[in-house]
Design a protein around this ligand. Structure first.
Ligand SMILES: Nc1ncnc2c1ncn2[C@@H]1O[C@H](COP(=O)(O)OP(=O)(O)OP(=O)(O)O)[C@@H](O)[C@H]1O
Ligand SMILES: [Mg+2]
Length: 889
């Protein structure tokens, strides 16, 4: 939770630690008393809100709680610390929030103000004596944010809601009760060049887009922007960017703006005046010029010109004269010089910038009048009220091309860094005293030389610039030559040959060397506003514009009553000196104004106990969960955190609690001595108390030389121990390797033998198999031979037996044939005898049968002759047939 507790406090260690925190969504970390806030680029749940606030004010009430149970680092803790110190110690407090664009300064400031307002409300509700006016002041203060954001914030490449001005808000509390009773806002360096042009991907101030998106039809008609869109105006359309990447809707923010206006006390007609000026500027930006028939230039007629004239409340002639003519005073006479188209364009730009600047200042003043009502009422007693200042200001800037704005911003950061260094030094001093060590010999670095280089009354860059601005014939080139001449010997100033050729110069700032391009330095420093323009505005028929025109005639005074009071107290304010010179070109430069503002700011911070919040942006893509180490390292450098660490470590950069010291360097003693000596006794006895090392009540402080010497001894000891450990480890490893090799050799041998045995067994098997095959083959061969010879023998035998058999058969066949012949012959002879006998028998039988037949015939014939015999016969036949039929059935 605290980076200073890291043993090695250097850039990589700090970045690594922050990265680990960020990965756990823990965006807050302490570096001593400085709070580092990482921008999560997403809404974190359970990190803000009243429940979380409770942890911090409760923690403050129960300070005795053990450290383990203390709430984690938080911006509320810083706010609580300031609030507690304010009430209990009676010191004015300031909380300085810085960081690069998009790092979350404004959001952090809002959380701080929210916390303080909440604390005030808590105390108000506890207090019966509060009045109605005080009840609303917290919300009025919080509601000033949407107003300032609409008029002072714009979308840039690095932030969709980038504050284009610095802001110091002072909250005044009642001494006894801690109630918020008043507040004031001071603003710094509003970026006016944005009104004229914006880089691609950037927008003009939010208010213009919000008006075009959020006004009702009736209001649009009245303000002459009916049917107009941002693309129709040069002011809002030149970059081609109209929306916001963060998804915020202009219509909704306009609605919030109106609510905020009402809450802060801007009446409907006052709001309308502000909107009318903004719309007038929109139309004015569209005005163009042409070369006049004689010489010089004149306005070109257009719809926007008509609308602009109407809204500005001036005649075309007056506008034409103020933009296209320039009054020159010579020998008591006033001449009018015609301006070219380009010069007239520049005058128009100056009019827009000055009007918007005056509008912004008016808004801040009105807010101040509203939220500082109590202060006015109780003044001069109000000056002594306890207060907490919250500063939301641009961080150190270093781009590829750095101009006048970067010089002012970096000058401001140098001034704040000096205070920061002093603060860190004080903390160090406090720690040394607490620990009871001698620190008188320690010197701390100071960046006063850089501040001298920039702000020195005669030789400083801003003074030289102011001096050159006063000379009519001077240009950026002559200014650049003058600073080469006067500053070349300054150790923080440099300009190489190529830089001189390009009219550039470098300054070695605490956060790194920055090269500035001197182009337009004079113009930007003068921010000149022709007298004709202020007169034009002052002559406007629109009362509000006339009022703005008059305010332009006054030199910028602090916008808040408390700032004015502070300046008056020191006698730094001289209202008479602040009246603008009555010449065409106004004399007070941006640089000197800013220097004065910065001086006052520093004085105000000096009179308080500061608390620092450094906001860091984890990536340039503005996306959640993306931590780029180099981006953070660069910002840590620019935010002066590393420098602060360095400063804090200038005296005794290395410090350990006694226990840590023993753990770290105890190895330098023998075991016996170690056993004997403990704690502080050990710490003081181990080392000689000299300038290089001191033992405090809780910590041991080491200078780099002693730390290095101890580290060397420790490293040697560690080196020796490492050699012994290496030796033993090597032996152990060698032994292990030997055993492994042995086991491996045995295994290999066993394996080879096994293979050999397998091989021999195979040969034996193969031999046996061959013999067997031979044997089988031979038997087969012998059997085949035998079979063949047997077959041949059988065949021969069969053949011979066939021959013999056929011969026998032939003999037998011949014998059989002879027998057949014999049989047939014998048969033939017997047959002949038989046939003769048979013939004789048949003849005898015939004779006999004839004789029998004739006898029968003679009997039958005799029977036939009798009828009775026939009938009887018939009946007998009938009976016989019936019997037969029955038998058949
Ligand atoms: N604590 C936070 N939680 C969630 N989002 C945050 C937080 N802080 C910053 N952001 C996001 O980062 C954006 C930029 O923050 P912010 O406008 O405060 O930056 P800044 O440092 O004021 O930049 P600039 O210098 O350009 O004004 C915010 O619009 C918001 O979306
Ligand atoms: Mg901001």
């Amino acid at each position: 939770e605290d980076l200073t507790s890291l043993t090695h406090l250097h850039e990589p260690a700090v970045v690594y630690c922050l990265q680990k925190h960020y990965e756990r969504n823990s965006i807050y970390t302490y570096t001593g008393k400085i709070l580092i806030a990482l921008n999560p680029f997403q809404m974190l749940y359970n990190v803000y809100g009243e429940d979380v606030m409770k942890d911090y004010w409760q923690d403050d009430n129960t300070k005795t709680l053990d450290l383990e149970r203390r709430p984690p680092p938080h911006v509320y803790a810083i706010a609580q610390d300031a609030y507690r110190s304010l009430l209990h110690e009676g010191n004015n407090q300031s909380i300085l929030v810085s960081g690069e664009s998009g790092s979350g300064k404004t959001v952090t400031t809002k959380y701080i103000m929210g916390y303080l307002a909440n604390q005030s409300q808590r105390n108000t509700s506890n207090n019966d004596n509060h009045n109605k006016k005080e009840e609303g002041i917290e919300s009025q203060i919080l509601q000033s944010n949407p107003i300032l954001e609409s008029f002072g914030n714009a979308r840039t490449i690095r932030n969709d809601n980038s504050s284009r001005f610095g802001k110091f808000m002072e909250l005044l509390f009642s001494p006894g009760t801690g109630q918020l009773i008043s507040a004031s806002i001071e603003t710094y360096l509003l970026e006016k060049v944005r009104l004229i042009s914006q880089a691609p991907g950037e927008r003009n101030y939010h208010i213009f887009y919000e008006l075009l998106a959020g006004l009702s039809q009736q209001e649009r008609k009245e303000l002459l922007i009916e049917n107009f869109v941002p693309d129709d105006f040069r002011m809002t359309g030149c970059s081609g960017t109209f929306d916001r990447r963060d998804g915020v809707d202009d219509n909704e923010t306009f609605h919030d703006l109106r609510t905020a206006f009402l809450s802060v006390g801007f009446s409907e007609s006052q709001q309308k005046d502000l909107f009318a000026v903004a719309c007038a500027l929109l139309h004015t930006s569209n005005i163009t010029f042409k070369t006049a028939s004689g010489e010089g230039s004149e306005l070109i007629q257009s719809q926007s010109l008509v609308a602009a004239l109407d809204l500005l409340g001036v005649s075309q002639e007056a506008l034409n004269d103020s933009l296209c003519l320039c009054a020159i005073q010579a020998r008591g006479e006033v001449f009018h010089k015609n301006l070219s188209v380009i010069q007239a364009g520049k005058a128009l730009e100056a009019l827009i910038k000055a009007t918007y600047g005056a509008l912004f200042t008016h808004i801040v003043r009105t807010i101040n009048n509203s939220i500082a009502a109590e202060l006015e009422a109780t003044s001069p007693h109000a000056r002594n009220l306890p207060r907490i200042g919250v500063l939301d200001i641009f961080g150190f800037e270093s781009f590829d091309v750095n101009s006048y704005e970067q010089l002012c911003i970096n000058y401001c950061n140098e001034a704040l860094q000096q205070q920061f260094n002093k603060f860190v030094f004080k903390l160090e001093q406090h720690e040394y005293e607490q620990e009871g060590i001698d620190w008188s010999f320690i010197e701390f670095p100071d960046n006063q030389d850089i501040l001298d280089l920039i702000e020195n009354k005669r030789e400083g860059i801003l003074s030289i610039l102011d001096e050159k601005c006063r000379l009519a014939s001077c240009t950026d080139t002559t200014f650049c030559r003058a600073i080469y001449e006067k500053c070349k010997k300054h150790p923080r100033f440099s300009a190489t040959q190529s830089q001189i050729a390009n009219f550039e110069f470098s300054i070695e700032h605490y956060a790194g060397t920055v090269t500035y391009d001197s182009a337009n330095f004079l113009e930007k420093n003068k921010d000149e506003l022709p007298k004709e323009t202020t007169e034009l505005l002052a002559s406007s028929s629109v009362r509000f514009l006339a009022y703005l025109g008059e305010t332009l005639n006054e030199e910028d005074e602090p916008t808040s009553a408390s700032a004015k009071a502070f300046a008056d107290r020191d006698g730094t304010s001289d209202t008479n000196n602040r009246k603008r010179n009555n010449s065409s070109i106004l004399r007070t430069t941006v640089g000197s104004q800013f220097s004065r503002q910065l001086r006052e700011l520093r004085d105000r911070i000096d009179s308080t106990s500061p608390h620092y919040v450094r906001c860091l942006k984890p990536n340039d893509d503005l996306v959640p969960n993306q931590f780029e180490a180099h981006v953070i390292a660069e910002q840590l450098r620019c935010a002066g955190v590393l420098e602060a660490i360095r400063v804090s470590r200038v005296g005794f950069p290395h410090r350990y609690y006694h226990e840590q010291f023993i753990i770290r360097y105890g190895i330098l003693l023998t075991k016996k001595t170690m056993r004997k000596r403990r704690g502080k006794d050990f710490c003081s006895s181990t080392c000689v108390v000299s300038l290089g090392m001191q033992t405090g009540h809780r910590k041991v402080f080491l200078r780099t030389t002693v730390f290095d010497a101890l580290e060397l001894l420790r490293n040697k000891k560690l080196g020796l121990s490492a050699i012994i450990i290496q030796k033993n480890v090597r032996r152990f490893v060698a032994q292990l390797q030997y055993d492994v090799c042995l086991m491996a050799a045995i295994r290999i041998q066993r394996f080879l033998r096994q293979i050999n045995a397998y091989r021999q067994a195979r040969i034996i098997k193969e031999c046996a198999a061959a013999i067997r095959i031979q044997c089988v083959w031979r038997r087969f061969f012998a059997e085949t031979e035998l079979m063949a010879s047997r077959l041949i023998a059988h065949f021969c035998q069969a053949y011979w037996r066939g021959i013999v058999a056929r011969k026998l058969y032939a003999i037998m066949a011949m014998e059989n044939q002879a027998k057949v012949v014999q049989r047939y012959w014998r048969g033939y002879r017997v047959k002949l005898v038989y046939l003769r006998v048979l013939k004789s028998i048949v003849s005898i039988q015939c004779c006999w049968r004839c004789k029998v037949a004739r006898t029968v015939f003679k009997g039958l014939r005799r029977e036939a002759r009798s009828i009775g015999a026939i009938a009887a016969e018939r009946d007998r036949f009938k009976k016989e047939s019936l019997r037969l039929r029955k038998e058949v059935e």
